[in-house]
Design a protein around this ligand. Structure first.
Ligand SMILES: [Zn+2]
Length: 309
């Protein structure tokens, strides 16, 4: 079988193509806008966006997808789509009690999805949004459960400089500082600070032991890449989204040297001009031309995304 894998999408955000920046922009205000807009979409708008996203994936010859669904509404359409891959139910929250309740609901939904007649080629997993948007107990308990039940897990990590600065020092870098109240109002910034960089923080909470699919991984040291390799986690590279959200170049050559499995993903239409993972690969070839041979980048497209149960 010829595989074409787009390992990171948020199909429901196909409703928010107008938020996709034409030029590189700052991560935080973009995230705040997406968070605000997604909460105002109707069920019908979300379902129609998901259908549009699935159609677009098929247009580009995609066989495997890794989709994160905040509304959880992309599970049914993806199970019925004929596509392979994993759809991850997103949970986040910094308020402990409500976050843990949401985790329990996700666990029930994932367990029941496993009995769905179409389950198999499309699997259902859990996404703990990011280290800065999840209570530490949510990260710890969610990962422990995924590991015990062999459920696929996906986490955004080390996407922006802002994330590292916040987790490490509890402040936003440079001019982004003025945005703290706005971003905190959307529920994305924790009130307590772990004083650790994103990858070691996830390791300390046991999250890496569940072998999550890590999304972005742009701001990482060699030690952190070694940690990702040692815990057998894979990483999704979304270079166009990283470019448009001002995140910079992911050190692809260092991951490959450390034998970390790498997938390519377009990310959502709110930060990517399309869901064409071939265009993503071409952009990656230009971005890394001094560091990684083109053939090696193009080969990343053709690995199936699956989780062995
Ligand atoms: Zn994402």
């Amino acid at each position: 079988m010829h595989y074409v894998t787009n390992a990171h999408t948020h199909l429901e955000l196909t409703a928010l193509t107008h938020l996709c920046p034409a030029q590189p922009t700052s991560f935080l205000p973009w995230l705040a806008r997406v968070g605000w807009k997604i909460s105002r979409l109707s069920r019908e708008e979300i379902l129609s966006a998901i259908a549009q996203g699935i159609a677009e994936l098929k247009t580009y010859g995609t066989t495997h997808v890794g989709d994160i669904t905040h509304s959880w509404l992309s599970v049914e359409p993806l199970l019925a789509s004929g596509l392979n891959g994993i759809v991850y139910l997103e949970v986040l929250g910094l308020e402990r009690e409500s976050a843990m309740e949401r985790l329990q609901e996700a666990q029930k939904a994932i367990e029941s999805a496993r009995h769905h007649p179409n389950y198999g080629r499309m699997q259902v997993g859990l996404s703990l949004h990011a280290p800065y948007s999840c209570h530490p107990d949510l990260l710890r308990a969610g990962a422990r459960w995924c590991r015990a039940e062999n459920v696929p897990l996906c986490v955004h990590v080390a996407e922006s400089e802002v994330e590292t600065e916040w987790l490490l020092r509890g402040r936003l870098p440079g001019q982004a500082r003025v945005l703290s109240p706005l971003v905190r109002a959307t529920g994305y910034l924790p009130t307590s600070v772990p004083r650790q960089r994103p990858v070691p923080y996830l390791a300390a909470l046991g999250v890496l032991d569940a072998h999550p699919l890590l999304v972005h991984g742009v701001y990482v040291s060699d030690e952190e890449i070694a940690l990702i390799a040692a815990t057998h986690c894979a990483v999704v590279h979304c270079p166009r989204s990283n470019h448009l959200l001002g995140s910079g170049r992911m050190p692809l050559e260092r991951y490959l040297r450390a034998n970390v499995p790498i997938y390519l993903g377009t990310d959502s239409r709110a930060s990517s001009p399309d869901l064409n993972v071939y265009a993503e690969a071409q952009f990656a070839c230009q971005l890394h031309h001094r560091y990684v041979p083109e053939e090696q980048i193009m080969a990343l497209l053709h690995q199936p995304l699956e989780h062995s149960l």
